[in-house]
Design a protein around this ligand. Structure first.
Ligand SMILES: Nc1ncnc2c1ncn2[C@@H]1O[C@H](COP(=O)(O)OP(=O)(O)OP(=O)(O)O)[C@@H](O)[C@H]1O
Length: 234
């Protein structure tokens, strides 16, 4: 397996007036190409900070953040913008679709700025929304909007898919469908997925589970046989 991400001794400090907050301390882990990784932790543990650093939305204070062979911690703002655009697909808890673009246009808009993008129509069909291509986000259910958001992220053909509590706003059954879709994307497109959640019951569906506590890595576990989302109960 090719290593796609390597974080080494990563620290992130926020300084507010006289106070320094260590959001991340000495964080090290690796992720292989094609792995489905869950980053697990309670509220305030540092998950979002970690995801923001991996997604190029924030920079680490110390350590190395190697992604695809480059240390993105040393990137300037322009390089980070390019990195976010070309290398990362984002799936957020509240979808973040553009409400005056229809489902197809949302996917197309994100894809067309990327060099090696996939066919937006084909990806939308893959997530089961070919028939809803002309619908605008407010005309779609939460689960459907999240599927559009996944199609949008996948169509960019990114190196890495980052998902921030992607089932957080969905009911149980819809959440399961979204997780199934992510597992399918991981298999069919061989996309590396990093998903953050506070829900430890999701861990069996990942290849690797990284637990974060008070800004530090608590444990890293590998599931030799990850569970099919259909069998998961939470
Ligand atoms: N911009 C910021 N300025 C100051 N402190 C911050 C900032 N962002 C995060 N923090 C602090 O860093 C720590 C980690 O926050 P983070 O948002 O990464 O946690 P989290 O695990 O994602 O929590 P949640 O599940 O509640 O979103 C917290 O103590 C938080 O208050």
């Amino acid at each position: 397996m090719n290593q796609i991400i390597s974080m080494k001794n990563v620290g992130k400090q926020y300084i507010i007036g006289e106070i320094t907050i260590d959001a991340l301390k000495d964080v090290s882990f690796t992720i292989d190409e094609g792995e489905f990784v869950i980053i697990l932790g309670a509220s305030g543990a540092g998950k979002t900070t970690l995801l923001n650093i991996l997604g190029g939305m924030d920079s680490a204070t110390s350590g190395n953040v190697m992604v695809g062979g480059e240390n993105i911690r040393l990137y300037n703002d322009n390089q980070l913008t390019r990195y976010r655009r070309d290398k990362v697909g984002f799936v957020f808890q509240f979808y973040n679709l553009i409400s005056n673009l229809n489902a197809f246009e949302n996917v197309e808009f994100a894809a067309e700025v990327c060099k090696n993008h996939l066919d937006p129509r084909e990806v939308l069909a893959r997530v089961g929304l070919a028939e809803r291509a002309q619908n605008f986000p407010p005309q779609l259910s939460g689960g459907e909007q999240q599927r559009v958001a996944i199609a949008r992220a996948v169509a960019k053909n990114p190196l890495l898919l980052l998902c921030d509590e992607p089932t957080g706003a969905l009911d149980y059954q819809t959440g399961k469908k979204v997780l199934s879709l992510l597992a399918e994307v991981n298999m069919t497109y061989h996309k590396t997925i990093v998903l953050i959640t506070h829900n430890s019951l999701l861990s069996p569906i990942a290849d690797k589970v990284i637990r974060v506590k008070s800004g530090q890595i608590e444990s890293i576990e590998i599931n030799p046989h990850r569970m099919d989302v259909k069998e998961l109960e939470w």
